[in-house]
Design a protein around this ligand. Structure first.
Ligand SMILES: [Zn+2]
Ligand SMILES: [Zn+2]
Length: 180
């Protein structure tokens, strides 16, 4: 049985031989299909650059029909189309810059040690060990754990216990197994 070669770009198959493969790969239809495939992944900036390299299709831009359609070697991009694409390019670049910022910063969360301590209401002092008065209750220190739940979890009706924030009471309810 003769092996057939399937071309993803063209969605067709043909009996395989080195010669047939070479012929297919350099064929007009294949090159066009291949380019169309990769063009789908281009961002607005790259599409603008591609269009800028072509000369304008006078026929299309004067309002007439161009029979070459999308595969016309000349640019079909109108003034309004160019502006829309520029707008899109700016938006894409803005999104990309945004993705480079760490999540916490993007969402305006303060992840500094100071803010963490403030949440737990434990004053950061050099000599907190030497403070006069009764030693703080260990449960009191842990009490305001106050771990904020990520917004995505707040919307869940029944949060699995493993995802619920830890409270000091949790520690008090722990049943310690006997070892040894
Ligand atoms: Zn092909
Ligand atoms: Zn054209």
């Amino acid at each position: 049985m003769v092996k057939r070669y399937y071309c993803d770009f063209c969605d067709c198959s043909y009996p395989y031989s080195d010669e047939a493969f070479k012929k297919h790969r350099t064929g007009h239809h294949h090159i066009k299909q291949r380019r169309a495939h990769y063009d789908k992944f281009k961002n607005a900036r790259e599409r603008l650059e591609d269009e800028a390299k072509k000369s304008k299709c006078r026929r299309f831009l004067s309002g007439q029909e161009c029979s070459f359609g999308d595969s016309c070697v000349f640019s079909h991009l109108t003034q309004a189309g160019t502006e829309a694409l520029q707008q899109l390019a700016l938006e894409e670049e803005r999104q990309e810059r945004k993705m480079q910022i760490p999540t916490a910063q993007r969402e305006g969360l303060d992840l500094s040690v100071d803010s963490w301590l403030k949440q737990r209401k434990v004053p950061l002092t050099e000599d907190s060990d030497a403070l006069p008065g009764p030693a703080p209750d260990p449960v009191e220190i842990l009490a305001p754990l106050n771990t904020p739940l990520p917004p995505a979890l707040l919307s869940l009706p029944r949060l699995p216990p493993s995802l619920a924030p830890v409270t000091p009471q949790c520690y008090l309810q722990v049943e310690f197994a006997e070892w040894g």
